[in-house]
Design a protein around this ligand. Structure first.
Ligand SMILES: Nc1ncnc2c1ncn2[C@@H]1O[C@H](COP(=O)(O)OP(=O)(O)OP(=O)(O)O)[C@@H](O)[C@H]1O
Ligand SMILES: [Mg+2]
Length: 149
């Protein structure tokens, strides 16, 4: 099952991310894919808002992972520079730490992603227009998408 949503501004993308209710879902894993500048980090801002985090969220491209303290911890990963076949930096341990994990460029580490997760593919349709395609894997994620999208 896929859920397609079109947004017409960065604020709409942030709002959808806020609606995901990540604050109620420890060990949630969200995998973001989409070209440079498509809005992956904007989506993470919405997740951070939902967790009550008011720090500025930026892509952790150079340090791969950033942790933020919120209602649940937020683990924000950007694996643009990684290739999981070669780089084992212990990413898997974050999947079960009780926080919310959001991964930009998740396709780069496809072979270590948990089976149960939420994939989101973002496409640029115009200057301020984006398509977001949500694919849930596992019952919890399916129910979540059914409830909030
Ligand atoms: N509907 C929209 N949703 C999200 N972002 C939008 C939208 N319309 C315009 N934008 C703009 O697109 C840009 C998205 O930037 P963002 O940093 O989130 O991209 P990214 O996918 O994380 O890129 P990178 O791969 O470089 O990390 C921002 O400048 C934002 O203002
Ligand atoms: Mg980014």
């Amino acid at each position: 099952m896929e859920y397609k949503i079109t947004t017409n501004s960065e604020y709409e993308t942030i709002e959808i991310a806020q609606n995901i209710e990540s604050e109620k879902f420890p060990n949630m894993v969200i995998c973001l894919n989409g070209e440079l500048g498509s809005g992956k980090t904007m989506f993470v801002k919405g997740i951070a808002n939902a967790l009550g985090i008011d720090e500025v969220i930026t892509s952790p491209t150079f340090n791969i992972i950033k942790e933020y303290d919120g209602e649940l911890p937020l683990y924000h990963l950007d694996v643009y520079r990684l290739d999981s076949a070669k780089d084992d930096i212990g990413i898997e341990e974050y999947f079960t730490k009780g926080g919310v994990v959001v991964i930009e460029w998740a396709d780069n580490i496809k072979d270590i992603l948990p089976e149960e997760r939420l994939d989101i593919k973002i496409k640029v349709l115009g200057e301020n227009k984006r398509s977001l395609v949500f694919t849930p894997y596992g019952q919890k994620y399916e129910e979540l998408c059914e409830a909030v999208l």
